[in-house]
Write a protein that binds this ligand. Structure first.
Ligand SMILES: [Zn+2]
Length: 53
């Protein structure tokens, strides 16, 4: 099944991946999971930045 949500999720992930972390100096955002949901996590401090889906 294809949904609008999966397309938006993909675009959001593409847009945010590699962006600098707002909570530390060295981190970059990467797709991961937080509390069982897909989220953008900092590679350095592990802070989840986006958890929309
Ligand atoms: Zn960070």
């Amino acid at each position: 099944m294809q949904s609008i949500d999966s397309s938006m999720e993909h675009e959001l992930r593409e847009h945010l991946a590699g962006q600098p972390c707002a909570f530390c100096d060295d981190g970059r955002l990467t797709a991961g999971t937080y509390k069982g949901n897909t989220a953008m996590l900092c590679t350095n401090c592990g802070t989840p930045t986006v958890q929309l889906w």
